[in-house]
Design a protein around this ligand. Structure first.
Ligand code: ADP
Ligand code: MG
Length: 611
C-alpha cells in the first residue's frame, strides 16, 4: 500500500523556489544527480570495507533517455535508501543551516542555487514528476518514492533486488508561460554527453550512456594526480581546452594542500591577456569544483584584483555542494583558500623574477598595469605584497630593475629615490632637469606609464627612502657653492624675474634662477603636491575635476638666452612679454605638456622673427 507524506515546510519553500525561478540554470540538475550518485557509491564502497552486509560492485553511473515517454534516468549502484532514509533525505532538508538559508535567500538571488546546488530537488527544475527506485543493503525490499514536487510524495515497496538507486525524471512539457521553450534537449544523447563532460568530467566513477561501453568522463582530474605524474604537455593541453586559449600558458602553478583544509589548485598565467582584459566585460575568477564536481565557472573571491590575469581551477573536498551547510562556513573556507592562493602566486612570481628574469619580464610587460594598479587601488594595503614585483627602466640602464636593486646601488649620500615622468625614455632623457642628474651620475626611475606616479604617491617610500620627482621645484641636488652663486645673481636680477612673472601672470606662480640646468635655457617644474604630469592625466579623465599643479619657471643664469633677455629688459622692455611667452611654451613642450594657447605662442615667435 502506497503511503502519502507531505514535504516539510522548508522543503516546500525550496521546491517552490526551484521550480519557479532558475530556468536559466536548468541544466545543473544533472550535475546534482550525478554528484549524489557518486556520493552514494562512495558510501557503499566505504561500508563494504567494514560491514559484511554490504558488498562491493563494479561501480558505475548509467544514464538513459526515452524519447517516447520523455524520461531521463540516472542509475547508480551506490548505497541506496531504506524507507526511513527516503522520508528523512528526500522529504526534508534535514541539515541545520537550511532554514536560515531559505530565510536569507531573497527571490532575486537565485544565482546562489546555481553556484552551490540545491541537491536532489533540482530534479524538479526539469521534471514534472520524479520516481526513485531504490534498494539498500539494510532493507529486505526495494522501494519506490514518487512525487510531482508540489506538496506530497508517495512511498511504496518495489521489486528491486540489486543494490542502488534509479532516478527517473519525467520531463516537463514546456517552461511555464513559454510554449516554445521545451526540455527536449535532455532527451538528446549528444546534449547529455556534453553536459556530463562539462559538469562531471572528473567524477571518480565511470559515467555511461546505457548500452555504451566507453565512459563519458575522464575520472581522474589532472590536478589530483601527483606532480611527478603530470607531463607538461598534458597541462598545456588541459589549459588550452579549459580556458580557450590557443597558446600554451606562460606559467603553471600546481598546489596540492592537505591538512585542516584540503584542496588542489591548478593555476595558469596566460602568455597574453584575454582580448577583453582591459575592458569592463572581463571577469576574473577561478573555476570552483567540489570533490571533482564542477560548481562555478568564475569564482571572483578566489583571486584578488591584482592577480586577475591568473586563470585556473580550485577543487576542495571541504566545500559542500549542498546549500544546507552554513553559508558563513563556505565563506571562511573560500577566504582561506583565496589567501593561500594569493600568497602562492606572489612567491611564484618572486621566484621567477629571481631565477628566470627574462620570462618574468615577458609576464611583467603584459600585466604591469594590473600589478601597479593593485598598489594604487588598495590605498597601500597591498604595498608589501606587490612592491617587489614592480620593475622600472632607468636613465642608467635599459634593463628593468626592482626598487630593491635601485636602493642597493644608489649613491651613498642619496636620501631619496629619484624618478622622472614622461611619455618615453627619449623624452625623459631630453628633459632639462636631467642636466644636473647626469652630471652627478644619479640613477632615475623612468615613469612612462600613467599609473606610475599615482602608484608611488600611495607607496610614499621604499625602505624608508621617499620618492622624489626630479621635475619638482624643491629637488635638492646642488652643492652649496653653486647655490650661493645663483642666489647672488637672483638678487641682482630680481626686477627682471618679477617682470617675467608678471608677463606670465595666471600661468606660473614663480620665476626663479635655476641651479640645476646646464645646456638648457629653461625648464618648468611643479611645486609641492600634484605634479604637472598627474594634472595632465587627471584632466583627460571623464568627469575630471578642475585640478591644477603649481608651475614654477626656472631660468638658466649661465645660458646665452639669459644674456639676451637681460639685454632686452634693459634696452627695449616692451619686448619682454614675447620672450616670456616663448620661454614658457618651450618649457611646456620639452616637458611633453600641452600648450594652453598655441596662437599666443606663434604670434610671439613671429613677432620676434619678423622684427
Ligand atoms: P546532499 O547530496 O548535499 O546531501 P541532496 O539534496 O543532493 O543533498 O541529497 C539529499 C540526500 O539524499 C543525500 O544526502 C543522500 O543521503 C540521499 N541521496 C541522494 N541521492 C542519492 C542516491 N543516488 N543514492 C543514495 N542516497 C542518495
Ligand atoms: Mg547532493
Amino acid at each position: 500500500m502506497a503511503k502519502t507524506n507531505a514535504f516539510k515546510t522548508e522543503s516546500q519553500k525550496l521546491l517552490h523556489l526551484v521550480t519557479h525561478s532558475i530556468y536559466t540554470q536548468k541544466e545543473i540538475f544533472l550535475r546534482e544527480l550525478i554528484s549524489n550518485a557518486s556520493d552514494a557509491i562512495d558510501k557503499r564502497h566505504f561500508l563494504s570495507l567494514t560491514n559484511e552486509k554490504v558488498t562491493s560492485d563494479g561501480y558505475k553511473i548509467e544514464i538513459s533517455m526515452d524519447k517516447e515517454f520523455k524520461t531521463l534516468t540516472i542509475k547508480d549502484n551506490g548505497i541506496g535508501f531504506t524507507e526511513e532514509e527516503l522520508v528523512e533525505n528526500l522529504g526534508t532538508i534535514a541539515q541545520s543551516g537550511s532554514k536560515q538559508f531559505i530565510e536569507q535567500l531573497d527571490k532575486n538571488d537565485t544565482n546562489i542555487i546555481g553556484q552551490f546546488g540545491v541537491g536532489f530537488y533540482s530534479a524538479f527544475i526539469v521534471a514534472k514528476s520524479v520516481k526513485v527506485l531504490t534498494k539498500s543493503p539494510f532493507s529486505d525490499t526495494g522501494y519506490v518514492w514518487e512525487s510531482d514536487g508540489v506538496s506530497t510524495y508517495q512511498i511504496d515497496t518495489y521489486d528491486k533486488t540489486d543494490v542502488g538507486t534509479e532516478i527517473i525524471l519525467t520531463l516537463r512539457d514546456n517552461i511555464e508561460d513559454e510554449e516554445s521553450e521545451t526540455f527536449d534537449q535532455f532527451l538528446d544523447e549528444f546534449e547529455i554527453k556534453q553536459l556530463v563532460k562539462k559538469y562531471s568530467d572528473y567524477v571518480r566513477y565511470p559515467i555511461y550512456i546505457k548500452g555504451d561501453n566507453k565512459p563519458l568522463n575522464q575520472m581522474t582530474p589532472l590536478w589530483k594526480r601527483s606532480k611527478q605524474d603530470i607531463k607538461e604537455e598534458d597541462l598545456n593541453a588541459f589549459y588550452k581546452h579549459q580556458f580557450n586559449d590557443f597558446e600554451d600558458p606562460l606559467h603553471v602553478i600546481h598546489m596540492n594542500i592537505e591538512g585542516m583544509l584540503t584542496y588542489q589548485a591548478l593555476l595558469f598565467i596566460p602568455k597574453k591577456p584575454a582580448y577583453n582584459f582591459y575592458s569592463e566585460t572581463y571577469e576574473k575568477g577561478l573555476q570552483l569544483y567540489s570533490k571533482g564536481v564542477f560548481i562555478q565557472d568564475k569564482n571572483k573571491d578566489l583571486i584578488p584584483d591584482h592577480f586577475k590575469f591568473v586563470k585556473g581551477i580550485v577543487d576542495s573536498s571541504d566545500l559542500s555542494l549542498n546549500i544546507s551547510r552554513e553559508l558563513l562556513q563556505h565563506d571562511r573556507q573560500l577566504k582561506k583558500i583565496a589567501s593561500n592562493i594569493e600568497k602562492k602566486i606572489k612567491s611564484e612570481l618572486e621566484k621567477m623574477l629571481e631565477n628566470d628574469r627574462e620570462r618574468y619580464i615577458t609576464l611583467f610587460d603584459q600585466y604591469k598595469n594590473t600589478l601597479k594598479y593593485g598598489i594604487y587601488q588598495s590605498f597601500g594595503v597591498n604595498k608589501e605584497l606587490l612592491q617587489d614585483l614592480i620593475l622600472f627602466k632607468t636613465n642608467l640602464s635599459d634593463e628593468y630593475i626592482t626598487f630593491k636593486e635601485y636602493v642597493s646601488r644608489k649613491k651613498e649620500d642619496q636620501k631619496e629615490i629619484y624618478y622622472a615622468t614622461g611619455k618615453s625614455k627619449t623624452q625623459i632623457m631630453n628633459l632639462p632637469q636631467m642636466d644636473i642628474i647626469n652630471e652627478k651620475g644619479y640613477e632615475v626611475l623612468l615613469f612612462t606609464d600613467e599609473i606610475d606616479e599615482f602608484m608611488i604617491q600611495i607607496m610614499n617610500s621604499y625602505e624608508e627612502l621617499p620618492f622624489k620627482s626630479i621635475q619638482t621645484a624643491n629637488l635638492d641636488v646642488t652643492d652649496e657653492i653653486k647655490k650661493k652663486e645663483v642666489e647672488e645673481k637672483a638678487k641682482t636680477h630680481h626686477d627682471l624675474l618679477l617682470a617675467i612673472k608678471e608677463n606670465l601672470s595666471g600661468k606660473v606662480s614663480m620665476v626663479k634662477l635655476s641651479t640645476r640646468l646646464k645646456d638648457s635655457p629653461v625648464c618648468i617644474v611643479s611645486g609641492e603636491g600634484l605634479s604637472l604630469e598627474m594634472e595632465n592625466i587627471l584632466k583627460q579623465m571623464p568627469n575630471s575635476q578642475e585640478v591644477k599643479a603649481e608651475r614654477i619657471l626656472e631660468l638658466n643664469p649661465d645660458h646665452k638666452f639669459f644674456e639676451v633677455i637681460k639685454k632686452v629688459y634693459k634696452d627695449s622692455p616692451e619686448q619682454l612679454k614675447n620672450y616670456s611667452t616663448l620661454l614658457y611654451n618651450q618649457a611646456l613642450i620639452i616637458e611633453g605638456l600641452p600648450m594652453e594657447d598655441p596662437l599666443e605662442y606663434i604670434t610671439a615667435m613671429n613677432e620676434l622673427l619678423l622684427k
